[in-house]
Design a protein around this ligand. Structure first.
Ligand SMILES: [Zn+2]
Length: 171
């Protein structure tokens, strides 16, 4: 897929757009058919929201190992990352699926949050578990205008996680 751009900046496939800013909870195939937060798929409509991954595309990227830059699947021999993520209760977890090598280099040139991280580019480690984040409560209603109770929570983003002892990353 061609990489989207806006005003001269590349826009990752995962990013949401203001034209997608509507939310509902329904079963999602990228959440194993469970109730999940969903938005319409209108990439390129409105303005990109870089800090806010699109719920459905984000889950799909994790489930199918799709490149977060271009949106195509990454073959097992071409999966790279910048080791972005966080330690949490004995795990290291990331919400970003791997990227193609050529897309990583494109992102390095264009993405401000990757400035200075060229040395972190490495092959994506195998053996990750997929974690489903559960969302509910007042904050969800405030942020997305959808009432999701603790009795009937919804799945938000997915994460890939490894036991923290498996490897070292820059904190
Ligand atoms: Zn790519």
């Amino acid at each position: 897929m061609p990489v989207l751009s806006y005003g001269g900046a590349i826009v990752p496939w995962n990013a949401s757009w203001t034209g997608e800013d509507r939310y509902e909870v329904r079963p999602c195939r990228w959440a194993k058919g469970k109730r999940a937060m969903c938005s319409p798929h209108n990439p390129g409509v409105g303005k990109p929201v870089f800090a806010k991954p699109h719920f459905v595309r984000q889950r799909r990227s994790i489930m199918e190992m799709r490149c977060t830059v271009c949106g195509d699947e990454t073959p097992a021999g071409d999966r790279w990352w910048f080791k972005l993520g966080e330690f949490n209760e004995g795990w290291f977890m990331t919400a970003e699926s791997p990227v193609h090598r050529c897309c990583a280099e494109l992102a390095l040139k264009h993405c401000p949050h990757l400035r200075g991280r060229a040395g972190d580019l490495e092959r994506f480690p195998g053996g990750a578990s997929v974690l489903f984040s559960i969302i509910a409560g007042a904050a969800v209603e405030r942020d997305f205008g959808v009432a999701v109770t603790a009795h009937q929570p919804a799945i938000g983003h997915l994460k890939l996680a490894w036991p923290a002892s498996h490897f070292r990353v820059k904190r």
